[in-house]
Design a protein around this ligand. Structure first.
Ligand code: BEZ
Ligand code: FE
Length: 649
């Protein structure tokens, strides 16, 4: 299960073709009447259209936004705001124009209606970066987030192909880093993957035909999703590197993102293989970093810092600057690691692909999964595909080699050969891997008021000899005497009479009778029946710790991983009462060995019982020379419907 927090940014989005015609309506919707229209000379025609559509609501026009949002420009525009009693900003353009609109909004609190013409995504983030005397400051504030975004696909048709590519990859970078951000959640993941898939498909189509309206719409949609992710979760290495490189070497923003992205992904890939697999799937490629590099190359985008004008000798300084302060990133940041990354980015190398045909593996997995479609049992249709997915994922995530897989097959073959009527090596394997305890936990321990269950183990024998209350089940075997005084009640504490209770345990040396062929008949095992008060008593000896059988493959496995084969000292109980689920459990001797490292993970706190030492005669009147132990315990057993209630929810 994954816990998460998700909060959306409160903005209104209008998406379509020709939506700029609705600009007046959107300004009126905000209750504003005096708009400052922001544009830029290259987009003068689009600015004119918006200006005209606003009619009387356009108060003043400014077409001079600059890169990095210098405060001098903002101050100049603030004059206009005051002079013309402006009450909202309508911005047409890319990151620079939107940055200026945000800077005005942050100073005045006035509303913004934004018509983006690139894929930068800034229109849906509450973040503003400004420069004063060459220093960039970034702030995040609710007042900075534009109130309304009018995405007009028509306004992006003239975005030059080269800018479409770099701006589109810039958007993809937001989505990529969102996927491994600490704050991401399933909703953001979904948006990010959708964005990567759409952008990966749209950019080649735009390069082929810049006027392809459907491709333009997909790219703008992808940019919106990526920008939304950027506005909701923190970014990592890639954004930090681009920020450092941009600030230190005055590099163009989108181009820098385009060059760095495949390399930042390659650096992080070993730490987030699953994220890279999802990105590769979204792009329909085998390897995410190499796939993004190949995409950029096929789009004729920039692939090297060298072509952006960075000098090779400056890379060391850049690596130091980028690692000077720590920040969240899936893989640890080292100056040498980042320097290597930057050298590769500088030279424009293709990131080394993991060389693993993951897309082909994915197709294979789905083919096998589909082969179960016609299984008549719905449960089989659920279990087998999931088992196959887990196995294929296990093989891929661990790069399992042919030799290793053969070893696994030999191990299982050996495990099977070890099995006989008296030895169940597969059960031991399941027990020592904790699977038996996991199944037991999920199947039987759903009623908190009932005594927890524990694994059955291989030493239970059907139909043990019936015994009277007070019977000595040890039949005089050596060991510290023990007196059991046991009650069985329901979960409200009412006695459960006539319950059948099987008891079995090991001897002083840790052996069960079935392991000792010389022993005559069942010993240290018996079947009792509770009386009217739900009670029975028995005499026995204190159980000891013992090793599970470790002369087979399971023992070799424990040995190979430095685990001991011991079980903590315990007595087994199986309680059967009419109309109630059977309870199979164990009671552990408090203070016994291996309680915190039981070989089969069977110990539960509620099952550890004080069995205090006593002196003098035992309750059956028999004299004991040394001490004896008293085991008093009440089992609480659920009613049938209580036990099952979790399954109906
Ligand atoms: C037992 O307690 O008897 C047991 C349980 C699991 C594996 C081996 C022994
Ligand atoms: Fe046992």
């Amino acid at each position: 299960m994954r816990s998460f927090v998700h909060a959306t940014n409160p903005n209104r989005v209008v998406f379509g073709y020709g939506t700029s015609a609705q600009v007046r309506e959107e300004v009126e919707r905000l209750g504003r009447t005096r708009a400052l229209v922001l544009g830029s000379p290259p987009l003068a025609a689009l600015g004119d259209r918006v200006h005209k559509a606003l009619e009387s609501l356009a108060a003043v026009r400014f077409d001079g936004a600059a890169m990095h949002t210098p405060v001098e420009v903002t101050e100049q525009v603030m004059e206009l705001v005051r002079e013309h009693s402006v009450d909202c900003v309508v911005a047409v353009g890319g990151g620079s124009t939107i940055g200026l609109a945000k800077a005005i909004a942050w100073r005045t609190g006035i509303d913004q209606v934004v018509l983006p013409t690139t894929y930068a995504g800034s229109e849906v983030t509450p973040v503003l970066g400004e420069t004063a005397q060459g220093t960039k400051t970034t702030r995040s504030d609710a007042a900075i987030l534009p109130e309304t975004v009018l995405y007009d696909v028509e306004f992006t048709l003239d975005l030059p192909v080269s800018m479409s590519v770099t701006s589109g990859i810039n958007a993809m970078a937001h989505a990529v880093e969102a996927l491994y951000s600490q704050q991401t959640n399933p909703v953001v993941d979904g948006w990010a993957l959708d964005s990567i898939r759409l952008m990966g498909r749209a950019l080649p189509a735009i390069v082929a035909d810049p006027a392809d309206v459907d491709a333009r719409a997909e790219a703008l949609h992808a940019a919106w999703l990526a920008g939304t992710c950027l506005g909701l979760v923190g970014m990592g290495l890639h954004h930090k590197l681009c920020h450092t490189l941009g600030g230190s070497f005055d590099l163009p923003h989108a181009e820098t993102h385009t060059v760095v992205l495949p390399h930042a992904m390659a650096y992080n890939a070993p730490a987030v293989p699953e994220v890279m697999r999802r990105i590769a799937d979204a792009l329909g490629t085998d390897d995410a970093p190499a796939g993004v590099h190949d995409l950029i190359t096929s789009l004729d985008g920039p692939t090297s810092l060298r072509e952006l004008g960075v000098a090779e000798q400056d890379l060391g300084t850049a690596a130091e600057l980028a690692t000077a302060k720590s920040y969240p990133n899936p893989r640890e940041l080292t100056t040498e690691g980042i320097a290597t990354l930057l050298h590769r980015a500088w030279a424009g190398e293709r990131p080394a692909s993991s060389g693993r045909p993951l897309a082909a593996l994915h197709r294979l997995t789905e083919q096998v999964v589909a082969s179960f479609d016609r299984a008549s049992s719905p449960r089989l249709r659920q279990l087998l595909p999931d088992l196959v997915r887990h196995l294929h994922r296990f093989v891929a995530d661990n790069d399992v080699t042919e030799d290793e897989w053969q070893y696994a097959i030999d191990f299982l073959t050996h495990t099977g050969r070890m099995c006989s009527d008296t030895r169940q090596e597969f059960v031991l394997l399941s027990d020592t891997l904790g699977v038996s305890s996991a199944v037991d936990l999920l199947t039987n321990s759903r009623t908190p008021e009932a005594t927890p269950s524990a694994v059955l183990g291989p030493f239970y024998v059907e139909g043990p000899p019936a015994a009277e209350h007070g019977t000595d089940i040890s039949q005089g075997l050596p060991g510290e005497p023990l007196w059991g005084d046991i009650k069985v009640t329901d979960t409200d504490g009412a006695a459960v009479p006539d319950a059948v209770v099987d008891v079995w345990q090991s001897n002083e040396d840790g052996y069960y009778d079935v392991q000792l062929p010389d022993l005559d008949g069942p010993v240290l095992r018996a079947r009792f029946r509770t009386d009217d008060r739900g009670r029975f008593t028995f005499r026995s000896i204190a159980p000891s710790e013992y090793p599970i059988p470790d002369d087979g493959p399971v023992g070799s496995m424990l040995d190979a991983v430095g685990r001991h084969p011991y079980r903590a000292p315990h007595i087994h109980f199986m309680i059967m009462a009419p109309g109630r689920p059977r309870l199979i459990t164990q009671l552990f001797v408090a203070g016994g060995a291996y309680l915190d490292s039981d070989a089969v993970f069977g110990v539960k706190d509620e099952l550890i019982v004080d069995m205090p030492r006593q002196h003098g005669a035992m309750p059956d009147g028999r004299a004991v020379s040394e001490s004896w132990r008293l085991l008093e315990f009440t089992f609480h057993i659920a009613a049938d419907d209580e036990q099952n209630h979790g399954e109906d929810e």
